[in-house]
Design a binder for this molecule. Structure first.
Ligand code: AMP
Length: 287
């Protein structure tokens, strides 16, 4: 495994691979890696001859009051994990190498980015799309792997790739969880004391919704009723504060009124546990 830290060297390496007709996979990350990230690397290996993992805490996707400065970092730990996982290249550019002083071009997603996380983080997906498109161009990747953990992000990137005719296959991978069900996230490191236990309420709320649907009682096809139920469970936890709890169309991310055998929904949640904002999601389907 090699480490590359300039866009120029990264693209030169990628060009060389392309000349040898090698297929390149990219796994974009912000580092502080966990098993969820490593599952993306494993998937990437199945789809390409070489795997690039980028580690870049992208300033463009953080709002002014967000956690850019305190985002957890552990480059040496990340490199050890990636070497064991079989990555070929770790791309770790400095912020100014990606965004020079005159940088002035953004990719701005529209409708899909206005709801859910986009509503409370207005510039977030603009930053995500801009950096992902840059990483695609720098790494010349044929395929890129993302987690369903960031479900809205995955749908926005799929849309961007289609709309802009980007020649990159997008693979979405399921959420990897801790043994007790908490979705793995670099931000879980912020949870202190009993907040770690409180954080399980996201999973509990989603399970309750799925169980209600599975009961077969038609009243539980109403997304309003399901979300009310989930919100009540979350509100019972002292340190929890709901940003959103919704059931949306899996592709358009627009709110659904009902889920039916023909129309599964995606339950999407964002909940503050103390000062830590956690997201989670799951499919909700009627049997
Ligand atoms: P991040 O480092 O948080 O920007 O995440 C980098 C990639 O890892 C994104 O595609 C995430 O969706 C994905 N990811 C993060 N957490 C998980 C998880 N628990 N399971 C699967 N994928 C994940």
């Amino acid at each position: 495994m090699i480490t590359i830290n300039t866009p120029e060297a990264m693209r030169a390496w990628a060009r060389c691979q392309k000349e040898q007709r090698q297929r390149i996979a990219l796994v974009p990350t912000m580092g502080y890696l966990h098993e969820g990230h490593l599952s993306l690397v494993a998937a990437a290996k199945q789809h390409a001859d070489s795997v690039i993992v980028s580690i870049f805490v992208n300033p463009l996707q953080f709002g002014p009051s967000e956690d850019l400065d305190r985002y957890p970092r552990d480059l040496q730990g990340d490199l050890d994990k990636l070497a064991r996982a079989g990555a070929d290249v770790v791309f770790t550019p400095a912020s100014h190498a990606i965004y020079n002083d005159q940088f002035d071009t953004h990719i701005v997603p529209n409708q899909l980015a206005q709801t859910l996380c986009g509503a409370s983080r207005p510039i977030h997906f603009r930053g995500v799309c801009t950096v992902v498109e840059l990483l695609f161009r720098i790494t010349l990747c044929d395929v890129a792997v993302f987690g369903e953990k960031d479900y809205q992000q995955l749908q926005i990137i799929r849309r961007m790739v289609t709309d802009l005719w980007l020649d990159v296959d997008i693979i979405g991978m399921p959420i990897v969880r801790e043994a007790d069900g908490l979705a793995m996230s670099s931000r879980n490191a912020y949870l202190v004391g009993e907040q770690r236990q409180h954080a399980l309420v996201l999973q509990r709320a989603m399970h309750t919704m799925q169980r209600a649907v599975d009961s077969g009682d038609p009243q539980w096809r109403s997304t309003q009723k399901l979300c009310d139920r989930a919100r009540a469970i979350i509100s019972d936890v002292p340190s929890a504060h709901i940003d959103y709890v919704e059931i949306v169309h899996p592709d358009t991310l627009q709110p659904l009124e009902q889920i039916t055998p023909n129309q599964p929904g995606r339950a999407v949640l964002a909940v503050w546990i103390g000062k830590t904002r956690l997201i989670d999601n799951c499919e909700l389907s009627v049997l």
